[in-house]
Every structure is written in structure tokens, then in C-alpha cells.
Design a protein. Structure first.
Length: 192
């Protein structure tokens, strides 16, 4: 359900494009982003930072697209989002812990060096995704870019996440309860 909620504006953009073209799709995505924020604010009582940033970018770049009648503005939005993610992930390294570690260490234990590698891999992935989006936007017809925006970028992310999962699983440390022998001295002391 959260997946659909997160990608609500993208899905509506895709459907609206197929039915009415880029300008209709842009207006629909802008409306969907506002609805997503409103829903989070009034129903869930919380709006995630990612949704605020995405909505802000959709409203700015979508507004420019509609006002100037130039679809290149909305085509830049996915690249900027990806590059912002790259900056956040890169910056997290200098704030004590890589962001990937902060997000996942409660479910997985791996050595610090592995968290760092995975975090940098995400930085590279986000930079490459942003570049791929612009390459498709500038070198292919608009309908190909719209398909790539939904299926290509999402597919790339899915494959990358699976690869990251396999890599992390190879380096995961086993979680096992402490042996009884380690807890015995404490129990023995309490009996004295």
C-alpha cells in the first residue's frame, strides 16, 4: 500500500499522459502531489520529507512546464530528485553513519565498511539514474521518456535493490543468543 502511496503522482502522470499528453499529465501530477501532501497532513498527521521535496519539485518544474509550454522542465524533475538523493546519501557519510546504515541497521548487522560501500553504491546509482533520465529525455521521443520514467527508472531501482540485498546478505553477521555459559557467572553471583 505504501508503494502505491509513494508512487501515486508518477502513476497518475503516466495514465494522464497516455490519455491527454504531457501538459495534462503535468497538471495531473501537480494535483496528485498536492493531494498526497494533504492526505498525509490530515489523515496520517505526518508528511514524509521525500513527499514534501517531490511535491515542491513537481510544483516548480510542472509550473514552469505549463507556464512556458516547455516539457523539458518536467523531464528534468526525476534527475534532480535522484541527484538530491545522491547528495543526501553522500553527505550522510560525513555525519557519523551512512544513511543506508541508519535506515537498515535495526534489521541487519554488517561490518561498517560494508555499510559504507553500499551507501556509496547508492550515491553512484542515483547519479547514474539522473543521467539516464536526461539521456532518454534528450535523445528519444517524449512517449519513450514517459515509459522510461515509470518502467525504466523503477525497474533499474528494483534490480539495484535486489543486488544490494544479495550483497548485504553475503556480509550479514549472524544474530545468536548469548551462550548459557556467559550468563552463568551472573546467576551464580546472585545466589551468594
Amino acid at each position: 500500500m505504501k508503494f502505491l502511496y509513494d508512487f501515486f503522482p508518477i502513476l497518475l502522470f503516466f495514465v494522464a499522459y497516455k490519455l491527454g499528453g504531457i501538459y495534462v499529465a503535468t497538471a495531473v501530477a501537480m494535483g496528485a502531489a498536492v493531494l498526497q501532501i494533504a492526505w498525509g497532513w490530515f489523515v496520517k498527521k505526518k508528511v514524509e520529507t521525500m513527499h514534501w521535496v517531490s511535491a515542491g519539485l513537481i510544483l516548480v518544474f510542472g509550473g514552469l512546464t505549463l507556464a512556458l509550454h516547455d516539457p523539458m522542465f518536467i523531464k528534468w524533475k526525476p534527475s534532480i530528485v535522484n541527484w538530491l538523493f545522491a547528495l543526501v546519501f553522500a553527505g550522510s557519510v560525513f555525519m557519523g553513519k551512512p544513511l543506508v546504515q541508519r535506515l537498515m541497521e535495526h534489521v541487519l548487522t554488517v561490518p561498517s565498511a560494508i555499510w559504507l560501500r553500499v551507501n556509496w553504491a547508492w550515491v553512484v546509482f542515483f547519479i547514474a539514474s539522473g543521467a539516464a533520465n536526461l539521456y532518454v529525455a534528450y535523445h528519444y521521443p517524449e512517449d519513450i521518456w514517459v515509459d522510461f520514467k515509470l518502467f525504466g527508472l523503477m525497474g533499474m531501482t528494483f534490480v539495484f535493490m535486489i543486488g544490494q540485498g544479495v550483497y548485504l546478505a553475503r556480509h550479514a553477521e549472524e544474530h545468536s543468543p548469548k551462550p548459557a555459559a556467559e550468563s552463568a557467572p551472573a546467576d551464580a553471583d546472585s545466589n551468594r
